[in-house]
Design a protein around this ligand. Sequence first.
Ligand code: GCO
Ligand code: MG
Length: 398
Amino acid sequence: MKINDVKVIVTCPGRNYVLLKIVTDEPGLYGVGDATLNGRELAVAAALQEHIAPLLIGRDPDRIEDIWQYIFRGTYWRGGPVLMTALAGVDLALWDIKGKRANLPVYSLLGGLCREGALCYTHAGGRDFAEVEDSVCQAAERGFKVVRAQVSIPGCKGTYGGTGGAFTGHYPPEEIWEPAPYLRTIPRLFAHLRERLGDEIELFHDVHERLTPIQAARLAKELEPFHLFFLEDPLRPEHKESFRVLRHHSTTPIAMGELFHTRWECLPLLTEQLIDFIRCDLGHIGGLTEARKIAAIAESYYVQTAWHGPGDIAPVTHAANVHLDVAIPNFGVQEMVFFPEAVHEVMPGAPECRQGALWPSEAPGLGCDIDEEAARKYPYSPAYLPTTRRADGSVHDW
Ligand code: GCO
Ligand code: MG
């Protein structure tokens, strides 16, 4: 078997996606992948189109590990969001081909079911505590047992997760954020939610890498009475030792990883048991091949998984998340989103969400497809994440 063609498809059915079809010389046999990097879509598309696709033509798609190593190490330049997202797209398409060829769903190739479905969470947000409470209640009515809660911060403009927003235009929109009102508001939000909703529903919060170590330690400590499922991405991703400060001060479980691009970034957090959930993005860390290795290392340190699952990665990656979730012993929880109809039209086969869980497809491969004709109806449109500034005008992490 040989790779005959690699098609890179950029489409915008609501937001931009970079999709990949690896076509083999066996009639009708191809694999689909997702190589979407929010706001840097065309950089990944060019890396694939110009530099990686030509290297794949003529290779045996069955040799996933070899192709992975060849693209990661064999080309000398490695790592970073652009190259690791491109590699993830290739990797997922190769797993899809392997499953289709074996006539088995990918979870079966990964060792088979450890569980029937993957516990998942949705997002609740609002401008004030009452709106967040309503939003959590609606999620619970839909069957969710785990919910992430975000709220607008008084005096801050467009706080992440609080109000949402349309991120389009030539320059990214700008938001204002300050740690002091944020640190005052979040413990009060969870006190409110626990008082109104009781202890049974699992709640948590995404800091989005915005705090200093001691600020994060204070927040984690003050949130202890409300028993969060975890505190997500409390610190910037670069300096892993900072997590020691946080860990020494609090028993609030910590999740981290959506900005990591290789297994080596996860290592210090795992080996020192500084986190409780590793939540890399399969689409930005090189795909299933790398994520299953990270999961295996995490298992040794009793760390569970919570793979990133936002709307800015395509249903193919969400499908891969779920195949891995059901096949590993140390799965924790899975982030999910409800895609708009146009996304389902372009990429049929997103994992089904029922009773607060995601269920893997039984179809051979990943279970997703790409409708190229539908994709052409939705051309790329430049869009960026917002930029955050402090009140004094200085740049802050978004
Ligand atoms: C999450 C994330 C996302 C990111 C987004 C950036 O936990 O779902 O924080 O919402 O902001 O993926 O592109
Ligand atoms: Mg996050």
